[in-house]
Each structure stands twice: as structure tokens, then as C-alpha cells.
Design a protein around this ligand. Structure first.
Ligand SMILES: [Zn+2]
Length: 407
């Protein structure tokens, strides 16, 4: 029987820390004490026990939000250990616990309004008598004002409130230095392919050979590995991306490949948000009701138009983010291909990322040598960086394709 940390793949060290903190939190509750607030020093809290604010860092797919949710469950566990089957664990993992709030930004940023409301609610006494837990996924997407609102709460935490932040790293671009100094950091690593494959077999019932292929191809991203193993459309999209290197036969072909990659990302993103967009629209229309004629109807109409506009803005931001995410997945796959070519050119004793295109990568290695392979890998990574820095995706991808063709 696995406990709440069972889904945290290949993160033994982090699990030890979190178990210890959960036990210490349970002891504090028994003693009727509050959790000690974080250090005010620059190094951040170092004690192994419980504290008010945590940051889970690690590469995408390493399980930052899985770790935060598991820890939240352990804090709400009626046995205080994250047993995995009591009501506290169960409702937390199912997302229905009254004292666990989850912020999952679906746009490009988390605004100050949302954060203020959250901080306010988080200050209330936990209804279940344990902890008020706030999980902020993608804390790197906090706007500056939202970060300041959060900082206030983290600096003077209500006695029973715990903040769990998830971010790629503790770099100041991701989390402000002042917030970071109030938090204990739980670094997660990229889980090894073997551990990812094992969990796909055990939990998702995927055949071992498929699990191994998907775990390697996903480069340590657990969710991506599961999708590749289960979703034929995800596999097709990956195949199309990995066909790019052999399609680059000239300038025209490079531009065509850029268009195809961008359009595929747009189509994938549109499909992923369409359902949510439609559901939100019709919910809002129902809430606003059909146009009335009485007094005040004109004012209500103006209010409705404003709300509709607000919703459209939010949906557009979400669509942009979905496009970037889809494009980034494609770029990570492509980087894996050139990394394979590089390791083969260097005759490095490492397993290829993409076993199914290893022959093609081997041919590339012969043609380009290590240097040419490295230049191409760098071109893909530069494209990711450029898009992260808000360069228009089409421009960045075109520049990359030209570099990949020219070498
Ligand atoms: Zn439990």
C-alpha cells in the first residue's frame, strides 16, 4: 500500500524531508502550537521540521505540483503521516478539501486581485482544525504586485497557514529574493527514465516495453511520458516533429518546416482549450441571463459586456500559454534528437533519448560531426530561450530552422 508520496517519482531525498516535516507538523498540532516562521536571514530556513512557506523547484515534469499536493495531503492526514486513505488525504488529493486552496494559473500570469483574495481567505482558521494550505503552481508567473501581496502573508503568516509554491528554480527571475528567503526549498531532480517507466507500469498499467520507450522519449517528464504511452495523437505529433531534421533540404523547406511546427502547436493548443472556453462562455451567459427590458436593464447590459470582455481576455491569455507550451514540447523533442546526434558523434556511453530515430541521429552524427551537432542543438535551445523572452514564436522558429539547415 503506497502513501501520498507514492506518485513522486525518483525523489527520495525530497520525500524524506517532507515526511519529517509532516510528522513535525502533526506534533505541533498535538501540542497546540503554531509552526515556526521562516528565518529572516538570507540563507532561508534550514531546520528539518515544519515551517510556513515552502518552494518546490525542479524542471518541468519533475513533479513539483505532485510534491506540493502530496505534502498538503500529509498535513491534512488525520494520522499526520500522509497515509493515503484517510478522509484528509483523500479529499486533499481529490482537490475537495475545504482547507486546501490551489492556484493554477491558466493564463500567462497570476494577478494581484487573485492573490489578495487568496491571501485573505488563507488567513481564516482551518475548518478541519489542522492547516490552511495554499498551493501556488507556477509561482514564477506571479506579477510583481501579486508577489508583493504574497510576500506580506509569508512575512507575517497566520499561525495555521502554510504556503506551498512551485517554480522552475529559485533564480530571481522565477521567485523574488525576499519571498525565497522566507521559504524552505525542496529541490526536485529530473527523475531517471527507469523510475518513470516503473511508475507507468505500476500505476497506469502500461506495457513495460512501451513504458520504457515513452520514459526515455519524455526525458524525465512524467506527465509527458504517460501521454506518449497512452495518446496516439501525442505520438503522431512527436513523429511529425522528429521528421523535421530530414525535411530540411533548402531555404524553402526550412520556412515550410517552421510554418508546419507553428501551425501544429496552434492546432494542438486550440483543441486543448476549446472545451473549457465554450463551457465558461455558456456559464457566463446563463449567469447573466437573456436581455431584460425593465429599469436597470441597460446598466446590466453594460456590466455584462464588461464581464464578457474580461472573460475573452482571460481566454486569450490561456490560449497563448497553451500554444507556447505545445511549441515548447516540440522543441524539447527536437533538442533530444540533436542531443542524440551529439552523443553519438562523441561516442558517449549514454542511451539515446529517441530510440526510434536513433538511426537517423546516427546518420546526422556522421554528416555533421560533434561540432555541427552541437551547433544544431544550440540553435534549438536558443529558440526556446528567445520564445521565453517574448520573441514572436514564428520569427524564433524560422531562425532556428535556417540554423538547423545551414548547420
Ligand atoms: Zn491520511
Amino acid at each position: 500500500m503506497t502513501d501520498v508520496f507514492g506518485d513522486l517519482v525518483g525523489q527520495d531525498e525530497a520525500v524524506v524531508t517532507l515526511r519529517r516535516a509532516a510528522a513535525s507538523a502533526a506534533a505541533l498540532l498535538r501540542a497546540g502550537e503554531a509552526a515556526p516562521a521562516g528565518d529572516t536571514g538570507g540563507a532561508g530556513p534550514t531546520d528539518a521540521g515544519m515551517t510556513h512557506a515552502w518552494i518546490f523547484t525542479g524542471p518541468p515534469g519533475s513533479g513539483r505540483s505532485v510534491a506540493a499536493r502530496a505534502f498538503a495531503a500529509a498535513l491534512q492526514c488525520v494520522h499526520g503521516t500522509g497515509c493515503g486513505h484517510c478522509p484528509g488525504c483523500h479529499t486533499t488529493l481529490a482537490g475537495t478539501h475545504a482547507d486546501v486552496r490551489l492556484v493554477v494559473p491558466d493564463g500567462l500570469s497570476i494577478g494581484v486581485g487573485e492573490m489578495r483574495a487568496l491571501v485573505l481567505r488563507a488567513a481564516s482558521t482551518p475548518s478541519g482544525g489542522r492547516w490552511q494550505v495554499v498551493i501556488i503552481e507556477d509561482a514564477d508567473r506571479l506579477t510583481e504586485a501579486a508577489g508583493n501581496a504574497l510576500l506580506k502573508a509569508v512575512e507575517e503568516p497566520p499561525p495555521r497557514t502554510v504556503f506551498l509554491l512551485c517554480a522552475p528554480s529559485t533564480h530571481p527571475d522565477d521567485v523574488s529574493v525576499t519571498i525565497r528567503s522566507r521559504c524552505r526549498v525542496v529541490p526536485l531532480r529530473q527523475p531517471p527514465a527507469g523510475a518513470v517507466a516503473e511508475v507507468l507500469v505500476r500505476r497506469d498499467g502500461i506495457a513495460p516495453d512501451v513504458a520504457q520507450w515513452a520514459a526515455a522519449a519524455a526525458q524525465g517528464h512524467v506527465g509527458r511520458a504517460r501521454r506518449l504511452a497512452r495518446d496516439p495523437e501525442a505520438r503522431q505529433r512527436r513523429d511529425a516533429v522528429l521528421a523535421v531534421p530530414r525535411r530540411l533540404t533548402g531555404v524553402g523547406a526550412a520556412f515550410d518546416a517552421a510554418s508546419a511546427l507553428i501551425e501544429a502547436a496552434e492546432a494542438e493548443a486550440a483543441a486543448s482549450v476549446a472545451e473549457a472556453d465554450e463551457a465558461e462562455r455558456s456559464a457566463l451567459q446563463t449567469a447573466l441571463g437573456a436581455g431584460g427590458t425593465g429599469r436597470g436593464a441597460a446598466g446590466a447590459m453594460r456590466g455584462a459586456a464588461g464581464q464578457l470582455k474580461e472573460l475573452e481576455k482571460r481566454q486569450k491569455s490561456r490560449a497563448t500559454r497553451a500554444q507556447r507550451d505545445a511549441l515548447d514540447r516540440a522543441l524539447v523533442d527536437l533538442a533530444g534528437f540533436y542531443r542524440d546526434a551529439l552523443t553519438m558523434a562523441l561516442r558517449a556511453p549514454v542511451a539515446p533519448v529517441h530510440t526510434d530515430t536513433a538511426t537517423l541521429a546516427g546518420a546526422g552524427a556522421q554528416k555533421w560531426d560533434a561540432e555541427g551537432s552541437l551547433r544544431r542543438l544550440e540553435a534549438v535551445l536558443e529558440c526556446r530561450t528567445a520564445i521565453g523572452a517574448n520573441v514572436k514564436p514564428r520569427i524564433a522558429v524560422e531562425a532556428m530552422m535556417l540554423s538547423l539547415w545551414r548547420g
